[in-house]
Design a protein around this ligand. Structure first.
Ligand SMILES: Cc1cc2nc3c(=O)[nH]c(=O)nc-3n(C[C@H](O)[C@H](O)[C@H](O)COP(=O)(O)OP(=O)(O)OC[C@H]3O[C@@H](n4cnc5c(N)ncnc54)[C@H](O)[C@@H]3O)c2cc1C
Length: 466
């Protein structure tokens, strides 16, 4: 095959890569997008955000039906057709992936299906089904993402030990499911399986679930999980696993005791590992940190002047909207614009029950930084709307720097569609704020799956917008 020349090559078609490719094409660049999977969209679309949210939505209907009993509305036990559930989920993924392919076509972005490998700082080799394709580029953006971390001790080669990828296939509803890891992926998928009928035991090595979220916001989620799951064990470490007939024998240690238990399936959700191996990065000047993530500066530039990295592979917060934003920054910098990730606050949403959304510093982080902050809390038990939808357990919390009355974005708990609404920040609310907090507002409104905004604050005000 002949060598192709292009201005920009993007490796990886997840939310970081396709966003960068589309934006660059919109700016008039000749762009080639490389993706090893036949279906575009990356982890987020194919085996992350979208399938997990689809399953959470589907199972939420079961929870909602169960919870309506005290209101005098009683449904029978649900009949669950897993094949139909999977087909419905799959139809959403196909539709979205087709949409991305269509958007690429409309913009003249050339897609090559194959695995990218750097030959040097300006040449990419792509292994396709038809053979090797060489691409000479002016700039490259690496957006190859991450995969589930699987510690060696758990890697039995037994399909009953799952990562989120397999768990999202919902092959069956295991009677007993162990979830290792109380981060958002473990909590969300634990919620799905518990609602479908599994007895879920969740173990977390730390003393809290959802590390990184504000303790006040985590509390209602933990309270719910303690009821919905068979058990939540904090400060508990899984040591060994072994195949035992049709089950997995698991040894864990917590509270000074070692327990050995049998589970029908185990979901390992202990973090994500970067896809930086086998990329040929050693043939470039790109450098990695000690965990294998690509080192970038605030312009998404790697140590190689020609090459940028965005999204999960660039480390930091591993969320889809962060990847998309970084993709745009990289393209803007390549286009000669002043663009930076500095000062951008990345919001997070956990789609547990109740859902949690936050952005900016937590109270503990503010204290650790020695910031003088004021904390305002609005318990939803005092909200007529929250009571009318039977969710008084929610909370809105603001962390405020009284010095300049700037709201440090806080967070809230609640269920989508059941949240008290606090109005919205209009564009004029956010224009011209020099300290970056305006971005926080925009981002809070544009988290990847946030359907409804709420809890949005004016940066100059110490209270929620009414
Ligand atoms: C279960 C789960 C739920 C999640 N839920 C959410 C959520 O609700 N909200 C949220 O914001 N985030 C969520 N995330 C995180 C989100 O999926 C990631 O942050 C996001 O996908 C990262 O985007 P990316 O573009 O950096 O990489 P990815 O989406 O990982 O895409 C990278 C792409 O690069 C391709 N690739 C890798 N190596 C090569 C190569 N050598 N050549 C060619 N192609 C290659 C891969 O096939 C992949 O398609 C979730 C993740 C998981 C696992």
């Amino acid at each position: 095959m002949q060598t192709i020349k292009t201005e920009l090559v993007v490796v990886g078609a997840g939310p970081g890569g396709y966003a960068a490719a589309f934006y660059a094409a919109d700016l008039g660049k000749k762009v080639i997008l490389i993706e090893r999977d036949k279906r575009l969209g990356g982890v987020c679309l194919n085996r992350g955000c979208i399938p997990s949210k689809a399953l959470l939505h589907a199972t939420h209907t079961i929870t909602a039906a169960r919870q309506s009993e005290p209101r005098g509305i009683v449904f029978g036990a649900p009949t669950i057709d897993l094949a139909k559930l999977r087909a419905w989920k799959e139809s959403i993924l196909t539709r979205l992936a087709d949409g991305i392919a269509q958007l690429a076509k409309m913009r003249g972005v050339q897609i090559i299906v194959g695995r990218g490998h750097f030959e040097d700082s300006t040449t990419l080799r792509v292994e396709t089904e038809q053979g090797q394709q060489f691409i000479k580029y002016d700039n490259a953006i690496i957006a190859v993402g991450s995969k589930s971390a699987m510690p060696k001790a758990f890697d039995l080669g037994n399909p009953r030990v799952m990562t989120s990828r397999e768990a999202l296939e919902v092959e069956d509803i295991p009677e007993n499911l162990l979830v290792v890891g109380g981060g958002y992926i473990g909590m969300e998928l634990g919620t799905v399986y518990a609602t479908l009928g599994s007895k879920v035991v969740l173990v977390e090595a730390l003393d809290a679930i959802l590390a990184g979220a504000d303790a006040d916001l985590v509390r209602p989620v933990l309270a719910y999980a303690k009821k919905a799951f068979k058990e939540v064990r904090l400060k508990t470490k899984v040591g060994k696993m072994a195949t035992s007939g049709k089950q997995i024998k698991v040894e864990m240690e917590g509270d000074g005791q070692t327990k050995t238990e049998l589970y029908d399936r185990v979901l390992v959700a202990v973090g994500r590992a970067p896809n930086s191996g086998n990329l040929g990065l050693e043939n470039t000047q790109v450098t990695l940190d000690d965990k294998g993530f690509i080192r970038v500066n605030e312009q998404q530039q790697t140590a190689d002047p020609q090459i940028y990295a965005v999204g999960d592979i660039a480390g930091g917060v591993l969320l889809a909207h962060k990847a998309t934003r970084e993709g745009r920054i990289a393209v803007e910098v390549i286009a000669g614009e002043q663009s930076t990730s500095a000062g951008i606050t990345i919001p997070a949403v956990v789609f547990t029950d109740p859902e949690v959304a936050w952005c900016g510093l937590t109270e503990a982080e503010a204290q650790a930084k020695g910031l003088q902050v004021r904390v305002d809390k609005f318990p939803w038990a005092a909200s007529g709307r929250a009571l009318s939808v039977d969710r008084p357990d929610g909370l809105t919390k603001l962390i405020i720097e009284p010095v300049n009355l700037r709201g440090r974005p806080g967070g809230r708990d609640g269920r989508d569609g059941q949240r008290p609404r606090f109005g919205r920040a209009s564009a004029s609310d956010v224009v011209g704020n020099p300290d970056g907090s305006c971005r926080s507002i925009l981002w809070l409104r544009h988290t990847y799956h946030g359907q409804k905004e709420g809890g949005v604050m004016r940066p100059w005000s110490s209270s929620v917008v009414g």
